[in-house]
Design a protein around this ligand. Structure first.
Ligand SMILES: Cc1cc2nc3c(=O)[nH]c(=O)nc-3n(C[C@H](O)[C@H](O)[C@H](O)COP(=O)(O)O)c2cc1C
Length: 178
């Protein structure tokens, strides 16, 4: 079974982006193993002076989870027309390690109005050499719905679109490996 790492750009306990990724992990569990990365808050602020060998433990862990994944799923809120600082910080730690190079990535968007952050995230990922899987990148209208992962799984329309996206991501990964 393919291994996918899911990364949320929000640290909020009630995050819609994190709930979406947790729901994707449950909805897609028959097709693929989606691990939600839960240690984002442990990453230090990026500093080239710390980007040495050995890297800080939390950075080493993050890079190892990325490196052992066949693909990545990202969902981030838009803050002031950009991606969240915590997600940008995490991505900056992967520039020197090259963990996104040729990595298949699906970008979920839990708020369809957040188009600027979405475009910016795709540009950042492409700059690092990631392969954006367009057919697996979906906008899910969760803003203002206050759904947790149970609520997302129970919403047939949303769950179906998430299932189709996970299916598209796994098929794209399999095709790239072939
Ligand atoms: C500091 C801050 C800035 C925001 N800026 C934007 C923005 O520029 N555009 C937008 O569509 N939403 C903006 N929002 C709304 C968030 O994107 C929205 O609340 C999102 O659902 C938060 O994601 P989460 O539930 O995963 O934490 C902002 C929210 C905060 C707290």
């Amino acid at each position: 079974m393919l291994a996918i790492l899911a990364i949320s750009g929000s640290l909020s306990r009630s995050s819609s982006n994190t709930a979406l990724l947790r729901a994707a992990s449950r909805i897609g569990r028959e097709q693929t193993a989606i691990e939600v990365y839960e240690r984002m808050a442990e990453l230090p602020l990026f500093n080239v002076d710390l980007d040495i060998d050995p890297a800080p433990d939390a950075v080493t862990y993050f890079r190892a989870r990325l490196s052992s994944s066949d693909g990545v799923l990202i969902s981030s809120p838009e803050y002031a027309h950009g991606i969240s600082g915590v997600l940008k910080n995490a991505l900056d730690w992967t520039v020197s390690s090259g963990d996104f190079y040729e990595k298949p990535v699906a970008v979920f968007n839990a708020s369809p109005r957040a188009t600027l952050a979405q475009a910016s995230l795709i540009e950042i990922l492409k700059t690092m050499g990631a392969r954006i899987v367009e057919e697996a990148s979906i906008a899910v209208p969760l803003l203002g719905k206050h759904l947790d992962s149970d609520g997302i799984v129970a919403d047939a329309a949303i769950a179906n679109s998430v299932k189709a996206a996970v299916w598209a991501l796994t098929h794209a990964i399999a095709a790239m490996k072939a």
